[in-house]
Design a protein around this ligand. Structure first.
Ligand code: ZN
Length: 288
C-alpha cells in the first residue's frame, strides 16, 4: 500500500520522505536510475520499520537542474522561486548568476537575487554595480546581512517554495540558520537517518518556514551547465533578447557576425549588456 509524501532531503540515491503526519522515512528509489529531487511529491511504500521505497514521482510544476555533457544534476522540484545568493566578498561570478537565471526562466521559476554581507562596505559599490544589469532587467535585488538582518528575506519567502542557490562562501548556510535556528538540528537528524553524517553539507534539504512557506537549501556550486537546453530555449531564457527574436535578417541568426542582426544592433545602442551577451554566447557554444 503506497502513500504520498514529499522528499525533504536528497543525498545521492538516498532520500528522506516526509509523511502527512510530519514523520519522515528514509527511502531508496526503485530501479537503478534515480530521477528524484528534493521537493518532489512521491508515492512510496514502507519496506520495513525505518525504510521505504519510492515507487513513482508525481508530475512536477517545475524542476530546477543543471547539466553538463555527461550528466544532469537535479537541484530542486516544485519550486516557485530561486533565491540566488551572492555576496560583497568573496567575489561572485556574474556569469553563474546569468546561468542560474536562465535555468529558472526556462522553467518559469521566479527569481530573487540576494546580495549578502552588505555590512562589508568595501566591496559593496562594486557588487552593486555588477548586479545593476540584473536589476535593470527587472530581477529584484535584496541587499542584506545574513548575520544581522536575515529577517528581511522572510517576506519574500511567504507562501512559496523557494530554493537557495549560490557559490560556496556566499553565506547561504548563515542565512538558513538565521531564518531557522532549528535547521541545524533538523539537518543532523536527517543525516543520522541517512547514515551520512560526514556529508551534512552536500545534500539538498527542505525546511518548513510555516505551513505554506518552504525553503530548500542546495549544495554550494561552482558551475552551472545548461546542456539540457537548446539554442532557442537559451534565447528565450535571456529576457532582454525576447523582443528582438525574429527581427534579425536571418531566421537562424546566431547574433554573432551576421549582417543586420537586431541583437548586435541593440548591443551597439546600449540596449543590451555586453557581459550578458558574452554569457549567452558561451552557453550556446557549450551546447554544440
Ligand atoms: Zn541576430
Amino acid at each position: 500500500m503506497s502513500e504520498r509524501g514529499r522528499v525533504i532531503a536528497a543525498h545521492g540515491r538516498q532520500y528522506v520522505v516526509e509523511r502527512d503526519d510530519g514523520s519522515s522515512l528514509p527511502c531508496f528509489p526503485r530501479g537503478k536510475k534515480s530521477e528524484v529531487a528534493c521537493g518532489d511529491w512521491v508515492d512510496f511504500a514502507p519496506t520495513g520499520a525505518d525504510q521505504g521505497v519510492i515507487e513513482a514521482i508525481a508530475p512536477r510544476r517545475s524542476l530546477l537542474y543543471r547539466s553538463n555533457e555527461i550528466r544532469q544534476k537535479l537541484i530542486a522540484a516544485n519550486v516557485d522561486q530561486i533565491v540566488l545568493v551572492v555576496a560583497t566578498e568573496p567575489g561572485f561570478s556574474d556569469e553563474l548568476v546569468s546561468r542560474a537565471i536562465a535555468a529558472a526562466e526556462s522553467e518559469d521559476i521566479a527569481i530573487l537575487i540576494v546580495l549578502n554581507k552588505c555590512d562589508l562596505a568595501a566591496g559593496l559599490p562594486a557588487a552593486r554595480e555588477r548586479l545593476a544589469v540584473f536589476a535593470a532587467l527587472g530581477y529584484p535585488v535584496l541587499e542584506l546581512c545574513a548575520r544581522d538582518h536575515a529577517e528581511d528575506l522572510r517576506p519574500w519567502l511567504r507562501g512559496k517554495t523557494s530554493v537557495l542557490v549560490g557559490q560556496s562562501g556566499m553565506g547561504k548556510s548563515t542565512l538558513v540558520n538565521a531564518l531557522m535556528p532549528e535547521a541545524g538540528a533538523a539537518t543532523r537528524e536527517i543525516s543520522a537517518a541517512l547514515d551520512s553524517g560526514k556529508h551534512t553539507t552536500t545534500h539538498a534539504c527542505l525546511y518548513h518556514l510555516d505551513a505554506d512557506s518552504h525553503l530548500i537549501d542546495s549544495p554550494g556550486l561552482q558551475e552551472f551547465g545548461l546542456g539540457h537546453l537548446d539554442r532557442h530555449e537559451v534565447e528565450h531564457a535571456f529576457r532582454e533578447l525576447r523582443p528582438l527574436l525574429g527581427r534579425c535578417r536571418f531566421r537562424d541568426c546566431r547574433h554573432d557576425r551576421e549582417p543586420d542582426c537586431a541583437v548586435r544592433a541593440a548591443l551597439q545602442d546600449g540596449g543590451i549588456d555586453g557581459r550578458r551577451l558574452a554569457a549567452y554566447h558561451r552557453i550556446v557554444a557549450e551546447l554544440a
